[in-house]
Design a protein around this ligand. Structure first.
Ligand SMILES: Nc1ncnc2c1ncn2[C@@H]1O[C@H](COP(=O)(O)OP(=O)(O)OP(=O)(O)O)[C@@H](O)[C@H]1O
Ligand SMILES: [Mg+2]
Length: 731
């Protein structure tokens, strides 16, 4: 496609390339100033690591956060920073800046608001982070390199200063807040201290810690408890002893508890003497002595005395025990009272302790808080005067030397590239949109008509690939009309082509050669008249008497081709019913023409009439061959009517002009009417066109036969009707 429509493609490519070039060269040169900013992760900390910053400038997880950097990039381009720059440099009055004028251009008067000027500045500002670093490049574009550098210089300074100012302001705000909190905390602390003090005073709590008191009480209680327990034990013992002693009866005083005996020697002795007296008596009684035996009596008396003494002793012990018991009971009561009192005291102390602890805790908390805030206040006061900044300008902007835009080479290269693309696209589009018939193959395939031959394009101007009438010493030969070239230059390529058509026509119907031939085409100006003339001339050249009838009663042209009058012709011959005046002789031997004559209002009806049929019959009688030129078949019916009256119809297809649809329409019209179709002729073929390369080279060799024209008749497949076909001239 591109090879075929190379001119269109080239034109499109050139137009776009040139447009791109002019556009690029016509653009204002834009310069870019650059400054590098460093975000310092470790800003100097004069207060040391232990003192924490009030405003985090550059440490901790926040610092590692990408959001921090993104925020900073936005701040650089913020209205706050740009407006500050605008007002510092007075850019809102700077016409050259607002209009982005190159240096030296006269600056117009300008007065806009600071915000608008800031917006303009923001539009020219760009921030690009440098990968894997804490650096960012700030870029400012401007038509004036000096101005770009000046503005960017102020901008980076403003930004860095504002960063510091923000930190300082934040620190100051924090310090103020801390101070206000400090006052409040001081009041709180004092009041909690007072409350504790008052409590101690009213509850009479010594300055000794309340814990000690409670310890003392606990100790006391323990001791009391121990003593009480031992008294109770003793009491129980005495009680038990008394109870045991109370069991002793008068009849058996020896039944004494062993513990009592062990304790009292007196009791032991009394019991021994009692038992001995009893034994002695029992011994005497055993010897058979009677109760009244003196020794027995004496023993009884002794036993009685011992018994009495023993019982009296037991009574004594009992009395002593009773006394002991009474003492012990008193002791126990006293101790119990003491213990209960201590217990109550401990409970009271517990209650005191709870309240005391609450007050003490509140005081301690207040103390802690106060000291913390106090410390931070002191630190913030220090930080306030420090003014440490974590953002610095690493590289100050320089005056840019070369413009960044337009990138002439690149832009032009892109323009050329796009141009070439567009050229290719145009060629493709043209190719796809082109529905015209071009080659003999297409004619045969698309129309289903026999291909009779082609007629090259004739051109006086010497267009490449066309047939130019031969020139002599550079001057064109006087050719009456280009249609007559076949007659005037019989050895030319076009004459050769016409002869091929003649040959093919004869081969189409060798048994019954077409005597009457209608030449028509689908649309206007496709070369009907030209083809009809050429065919008529070559047939005449073959020696036959040929009549060329101009039946195009709408736009007749044959008379002009042969420079004849249009006064007479088909119409006059029909009216006069005589051919004599209408048949005109031509310069071409054996060729006569019958022009159209005066144009009638109703050509189709005229051609349909019997008179016309008679006229045609008359012509046929006089001539060997009758060639009829006609109007186009699609818009008017004339040609369709004529096609029923002739032996064969030749359809002219103009290469690169007649569309497939239109040509098919014409073929269908002929088919509908039942006309005999002789075939199709491809007219106005330009051999320089891509479609005809190699294949139709033969025709292209213009003048091939002119150099040494071979005898036509000896040519293989030459005109079979050339011999003996010549007849006498018309009578
Ligand atoms: N082979 C050709 N080479 C160069 N020009 C040609 C050729 N054929 C026709 N022409 C030109 O095309 C134009 C129309 O040709 P022509 O009058 O033969 O066509 P037409 O079909 O008879 O037209 P109309 O429909 O008006 O009768 C003329 O100017 C003619 O010179
Ligand atoms: Mg014509």
């Amino acid at each position: 496609m591109v090879r075929k429509y190379w001119s269109t493609a080239l034109a499109a490519a050139l137009v776009v390339s040139l447009a791109a070039t002019f556009n690029t060269l016509g653009q204002v040169k834009i310069y870019q100033a650059q400054a590098t900013i460093l975000f310092d992760p470790n800003p100097p900390r004069p207060l040391g690591q232990k003192v924490e910053n009030i405003v985090d400038l550059g440490s901790g997880s926040f610092w590692d956060n990408r959001e921090y950097y993104e925020t900073q990039y936005k701040i650089i381009q913020s209205m706050k920073v740009t407006t500050a720059v605008v007002s510092e440099l007075g850019l809102q009055h700077d016409g050259a800046f607002l209009g982005n004028l190159p240096p030296g251009a006269p600056a117009p008067e300008a007065q806009v608001s600071e915000e608008i000027a800031a917006e303009v500045l923001r539009g020219r500002l760009k921030v690009e982070p440098i990968k894997e670093s804490r650096l960012a490049v700030v870029k400012l574009e401007d038509a004036d390199p000096q101005r770009a550098q000046r503005i960017l210089n102020v901008l980076v300074d403003t930004y860095v200063q504002q960063n510091l100012d923000d930190a300082v302001t934040s620190t100051a705000t924090a310090a103020d807040w801390l101070r206000s909190q400090l006052d409040k905390l001081k009041v709180d602390l004092e009041s909690s201290e007072m409350a504790l003090h008052e409590y101690k005073e009213t509850k009479n709590i010594l300055s000794v810690a309340i814990d000690d008191q409670s310890n003392m009480l606990r100790e006391e209680m323990k001791q009391l408890n121990d003593t009480l327990t031992s008294v109770r034990t003793r009491k129980e013992e005495v009680q038990a002893r008394r109870d045991e002693l109370a069991k002793i009866k008068g009849d058996n005083p020896t039944d004494l508890p062993a513990s009592e005996l062990l304790e009292s020697n007196v009791l032991m002795g009394l019991r021994t003497s009692y038992e001995e007296a009893i034994r002695t008596r029992d011994g005497l009684l055993g010897e058979g002595k009677g109760r009244n035996y003196p020794d027995v009596k004496e023993a009884d008396a002794r036993a009685e005395a011992a018994k009495k003494a023993l019982l009296a002793e037991v009574k004594n012990i009992q009395r002593a025990l009773d006394k002991d018991l009474a003492v012990l009971k008193r002791q126990e009561a006293g101790l119990s009272g003491l213990f209960e009192r201590a217990k109550k005291q401990a409970l009271d102390l517990n209650l005191l302790e709870i309240e005391y602890n609450r007050l003490r805790r509140s005081k301690e908390n207040n103390e802690k808080l106060y000291s913390l805030v106090l410390e931070r206040t002191k630190e913030s006061d220090l930080a306030r005067v420090l003014r440490v900044n974590n953002i610095r300008v690493l590289d100050r902007p320089l005056v840019p030397r070369a413009p960044v835009r337009p990138q002439v080479t690149r832009s032009i290269a892109i323009g050329v590239f796009l141009g070439v693309l567009l050229g290719i696209a145009t060629a493709l589009a043209r190719g796809l949109l082109d529905r015209s018939l071009k080659t003999p193959d297409e004619v045969e395939k698309d129309l289903g008509l026999a291909f009779l031959g082609l007629l090259p394009e004739i051109d006086d101007g010497g267009k490449p690939g066309t047939y130019t009438p031969r020139r002599q010493r550079g001057k064109p030969v006087r050719v009456t009309n280009s249609e007559l070239i076949v007659h005037e230059q019989p050895t030319s390529g076009i004459a050769e082509a016409a002869r091929t058509i003649r040959t093919n026509l004869l081969f189409m119907a060798p048994d019954k050669p077409y005597r009457t031939l209608l030449v028509t085409s689908a649309g206007p100006s496709e070369g009907k008249t030209t083809v009809a003339t050429c065919i008529a001339i070559v047939m005449a050249q073959a020696g036959q008497k040929v009549a060329l009838i101009d039946c195009d009663l709408r736009r007749p042209r044959v008379h002009r081709v042969f420079r004849k009058t249009s006064e007479v012709g088909v119409t006059t011959a029909m009216i006069e019913d005589s051919l004599d005046d209408a048949v005109l002789e031509t310069d071409v031997p054996n060729l006569w023409v019958i022009p159209a004559g005066p144009i009638p209002p109703n050509p189709a009806e005229l051609l349909h009439s019997d008179k016309f049929k008679k006229f045609l019959d008359d012509v046929k009688k006089r001539f060997d061959r009758v060639i009829i030129d006609s109007p186009p078949i699609v818009p008017v019916t004339d040609a369709a009517v004529l096609s029923t009256l002739v032996d064969g119809t030749v359809l002219v297809v103009r290469a690169f002009k007649t569309t497939k649809e239109l040509a098919r329409h014409a073929v269908r019209a002929l088919q509908d009417i039942g006309a005999t179709k002789a075939g199709a002729v491809l007219n106005a073929v330009n051999f320089s066109k891509h479609e005809y390369k190699y294949r139709y080279y033969y025709y292209q060799r213009q003048g091939y036969y002119e150099a040494d024209p071979p005898p036509r008749r000896s040519r293989k497949g030459g005109d079979p009707d050339a011999d003996g076909a010549a007849s006498a001239p018309p009578s």
